[in-house]
Design a protein around this ligand. Structure first.
Ligand code: AMP
Length: 190
């Protein structure tokens, strides 16, 4: 199985690139943010729980997120592999994912990280907010809080995967096509 964590701060382009790469590599794309948004739209219990955290740009609690991710993986039992987008975002989530995959005789093939400077991220997110209407993309203070959550809770995962020799950084600035090409060079090796 090819299981790839597509990593990077909010606005790095994970969702856009995962959509392109999942077809090429025949992988199932799981975006935890998309699953939460789907649940909010459909007013499920999970959606109600996640909404206040997401509206503020805070992370949803680990236990809720981990259980949801596991259910998504179980729902795709015939998958050749996964692109995880927006998960893991904390050390506990990463540890839980490793344990879960071991139970399935599988593992993470690699973390592929899109590296983009913060001024470009902010510009991209505010633009996306205008087009998509995502409330967490329309307010600069919420965006700044998401960057802060990323720096304080998520960025440590680089080291977590580096220690396992599974971290691959990719320049995330350029055209969508250029970045896809750079990512493919890494995906092909995993
Ligand atoms: P995203 O679409 O990846 O930018 O995620 C949007 C929001 O969903 C985040 O700001 C969090 O509130 C929530 N979220 C998505 N994935 C996770 C995760 N792995 N852990 C906790 N919260 C998450």
């Amino acid at each position: 199985m090819k299981n790839i964590v597509l990593f990077g701060p909010p606005g790095a382009g994970k969702g856009t690139q995962a959509e392109l790469l999942k077809n090429k590599y025949k992988l199932v794309h799981i975006s935890t943010g998309d699953v939460f948004r789907y649940n909010i739209k459909n007013e499920t219990e999970l959606g109600k729980l996640a909404k206040s955290y997401m509206d503020n740009g805070d992370l949803v609690p680990d236990e809720v997120t981990i259980n949801m991710l596991k259910a998504e993986v179980e729902n795709n039992s015939d998958a050749k592999g996964f692109i995880f987008d927006g998960f893991p975002r904390t050390k506990s989530q990463a540890v839980a994912l490793d344990h879960f995959l071991v139970e399935k005789n599988s593992s993470i093939s690699g973390m592929v990280a899109l590296e983009v400077p913060e001024n470009i991220l902010l510009e991209r997110l505010l633009n996306r907010g205008k087009i998509s209407g995502r409330p967490d993309d329309q307010d600069e203070s919420k965006i700044r809080n998401r960057f802060n959550e990323y720096q304080t809770k998520t960025a440590v995962l680089q080291e977590f995967y580096q220690q396992q020799n599974k971290y691959f950084g990719v320049d995330g600035v350029g055209s969508i096509e250029e970045i896809t090409k750079r990512l493919q060079e890494v995906f092909d090796k995993l």
